[in-house]
Write a new protein. Sequence first.
Length: 75
Amino acid sequence: MSEAERDAGNRRIKAVILCIVAVSPPLIALQFGPSPIELLAALAGGTALGLLVVWYLGRLGKEFTGGSRRSGRRR
């Protein structure tokens, strides 16, 4: 797998995680009959939380890989 393919896959994973976390609060809020402003607030809060989660997971992933790109060698 090339670096470009790996980077594209990582971007897709980050986008999916962001979407799942961002959409969850508005879906939960729908159970309580929110106003449109409340739905937008839930979406904004979910998006902020999603960005934080993606940032944290990216940082955590760098700790496991040593913070640098892997070399082309395999063990």
